[in-house]
Design a protein around this ligand. Sequence first.
Ligand code: WQD
Length: 338
Amino acid sequence: KREVAVINMNILVTGGLGFIGSHTTIELIKNNHTVIIADNLINSKIGVLDKIVTITGIKPTFYKIDVTDEAKVEEIFNNHKIDGVIHFAGLKAVGESVSKPLEYYYNNLVSTMVLSKMCVKYGVGKFVFSSSATVYGDQPSPLKEDMELKKTTNPYGETKAMSERILTDTSKANEEFAVSLLRYFNPVGAHESGLIGEDPNGIPNNLMPFVTKVAKGQLEKLNVFGNDYDTIDGTGVRDYIHVVDLAKGHVKAIENLNSGVNIYNLGTGTGTSVLELVNTFIKVNKIDVPYEIVGRRPGDIAICFADVSKAEKELGWKAELTIEDMVRDAWNFEKKNI
Ligand code: WQD
């Protein structure tokens, strides 16, 4: 792959104090970029800013704003020469989106439209979007970027698919506005320092933070949502990717973003079942995780994993960390912080 000469960019990272946003901020700083963070702290903690300083020695400029607020977002574009935007800020609880659809459509779509409008107005030519494998809907894995998208099972997923369309059409109408749509599979794990990691508010919806809280004794047991799927052990299979690998994928995406609409799966290409993940956690961390097999969770699909060849070929990026790394780092963070 031809190495592109990387110039140091000013990157606006929305949701930059969140789980994936904070890990990406660290990797951007390590690659000598300047990061400006906009975050409303609805699902993140201001303390993460100091952790970023501890890890990198750099304090990113921070704006405590809601990125649906056009006037507040415009101030940032007036105060800084922004070279690119990485847009993480958004509501992301699948179940909650079913009970609060308007909140999800408003937050996730208006934020994307406000940021795109400001990029076009201020001539910012690079926009990287936090999308999700959920946009593929229920179709056979491995999932490939050129597949036709199927309707998702929830408003959260729909906001991701709609945001992709808003960005695609805006890029087609403004050739200097290049976009990269990154479809995440299942992000897990934490920075090796254990200083930052996945720290959701309330009872976790996702598997890994639930497992770490059971291991810690904060939750009594894990409910395994069904073991009657057509998979290796009957439990759901997903493509878990270490959050640090995911963060590095964002750096590669924005450094290689020059024109048009670019879509990439960010996964490992390998499927892992719920019980395989739980048993790896128990083995690596030498700690018990009591669980009970219960009924399926509505909306879940049996198997979901990525075809990852396109990101490797075009971005020169490939996930390197293993399931063992993921369960070790997730537990290391949980022990130290929560
Ligand atoms: C993984 C597996 C569950 C919890 C969702 C969104 C996706 C992204 C990641 C936002 C499944 C099983 C889970 C539990 C369980 N969203 N499970 N007991 O559903 O693959 O993806 O989160 O960031 O867009 O769709 O992730 O972690 O909820 O579930 O058995 O308590 O673990 O059935 O097989 P999912 P998950």
